[in-house]
Design a protein around this ligand. Structure first.
Ligand SMILES: Cc1cc2nc3c(=O)[nH]c(=O)nc-3n(C[C@H](O)[C@H](O)[C@H](O)COP(=O)(O)OP(=O)(O)OC[C@H]3O[C@@H](n4cnc5c(N)ncnc54)[C@H](O)[C@@H]3O)c2cc1C
Length: 357
């Protein structure tokens, strides 16, 4: 497979870099800003390029290209797209995805949030936790149960200002991002806010694999950002009268980091390039995400070590990269759950995780 970029992709990458350098570099230690992308491989290029200048802003490319926005673009009705997608794509609105519940984490199909038919719509009751951006979002793509079993799962759009939606205690992730439990108490959802009816779970997970690609891309991009900074540091910092890069103990760290970044890059491009012909394959996505999550974290961690005390401070974004990468090892399908998926491909059979299955 040829992973060289086309001339158009090279041009796109250069223009993203020029934009990031002009608008994002100076504020990289302060705040995230806006931005959009196109096809999946282009969006991966955009994340990598933006993150190389400003790791925080890579989140904006993720939010605008990989997450629930992609599910809405694929499965939403023309009216839903008109009402929500336009503003989301213009960067004027934020959407979150609510899958995880207190009793349904890795076992997401255990979710209990229920949509019960009533009049011209549904009453939704339940709760979601750990929902990224929810406290700033306008609308949440909410996984709900229309009926029993996996086949009973679908999704609805719920405006976060709708009557009956309530946030619990505000808390923070290790990344410093805010989250709060969301409660849905008799929330009325009109029928035209249904995105996928019962039976839609497989489609949703297919769409969610796109999110996983964005998650993997950010892990790798932030690992690379940390690596680039550690490399620069190793070429200027002297101890014992020698540059750090002249110590073999550190050279080997860089060799290992480089091997992990390059391997992750190939796995990521394979999954993203193939996905351009549709949603990415579950197996290639699982391999790319599990590898890039681990690689990004390991590389950020070793980069921090190479930078010594400075790396541990907030004068640099290396500690930020480490904290962010840690979360992606859990979010969007933990490394363990992805390895379970990979093992199913290896042995060409499923391994039910529940007792008695
Ligand atoms: C930074 C961050 C952002 C998130 N954003 C969102 C969001 O936007 N929307 C949303 O819905 N959710 C979000 N989540 C929640 C995330 O999807 C869940 O945390 C994740 O699915 C794991 O669920 P859990 O936390 O309940 O852990 P559990 O499911 O309780 O798992 C605990 C540990 O056991 C392991 N484990 C569980 N089952 C198995 C098994 N069968 N085999 C091997 N190991 C297993 C897990 O890998 C994990 O290490 C986010 C989480 C984080 C950390």
């Amino acid at each position: 497979m040829d992973f060289r970029f086309t001339p158009e992709q090279e041009q796109f990458r250069d223009s993203v870099r020029r934009f990031a350098e002009k608008h994002l570099a100076a504020g990289a230690r302060a705040e995230a800003d806006g931005g959009q992308g196109g096809a999946l491989i282009d969006a991966v290029i955009a994340i990598e390029t933006v993150a190389s200048v400003c790791p925080r802003s890579a989140d904006v490319v993720q939010a605008g290209n990989f997450g629930p926005i992609r599910v809405l673009a694929e499965y939403g009705t023309p009216e839903q797209k008109q009402k929500y997608l336009k503003r989301l794509l213009a960067g004027e609105s934020v959407i979150s995805v609510g899958m995880t519940e207190p009793e349904a984490g890795s076992a997401v199909t255990d979710l209990q949030t229920a949509a019960t038919p009533e009049g011209a719509g549904y009453r939704v009751n339940g709760s979601k936790i750990f929902t990224t951006h929810a406290t700033h979002a306008d609308v949440i793509l909410t996984y709900v149960r229309f009926g029993p079993g996996v086949g009973g799962i679908g999704s609805v759009l719920i405006e976060l200002k709708a009557p009956g939606v309530r946030f619990g205690k505000r808390s923070k992730f290790m990344s410093d991002e805010e989250w709060a439990q969301i409660y849905f108490e008799n929330v009325f959802v009109p029928a035209d806010m249904v995105v996928l009816k019962e039976g839609g779970f497989k489609k949703q997970i297919a769409g969610f694999n796109v999110e996983r690609i964005g998650n993997a891309a950010r892990s790798l991009a932030l690992g690379r950002y940390a690596y680039d900074h550690a490399r620069e540091w190793a070429m200027q910092r002297k101890q014992f009268g020698r540059l750090l890069c002249e110590f073999q103990g550190l050279q080997w760290k860089f060799a290992e980091m480089k091997m992990k970044l390059d391997a992750g890059q190939l796995l990521l491009y394979r999954a993203a390039a193939n996905a351009d012909r549709g949603f990415p394959s579950a197996e290639e996505t699982a391999i790319a995400k599990a590898f890039c999550n681990q690689a990004g974290f390991d590389v950020a961690n070793e980069s921090l070590q190479v930078m010594g005390g400075l790396g541990y401070t907030q004068e640099e974004l290396v500690e930020y990269c480490l904290r962010r990468c840690r979360g992606w090892m859990i979010a969007g399908g933990s490394i363990e759950i992805l390895k379970n998926r990979i093992a199913e491909s290896v042995f060409e059979r499923s391994f039910p995780q529940r007792p008695g299955d």
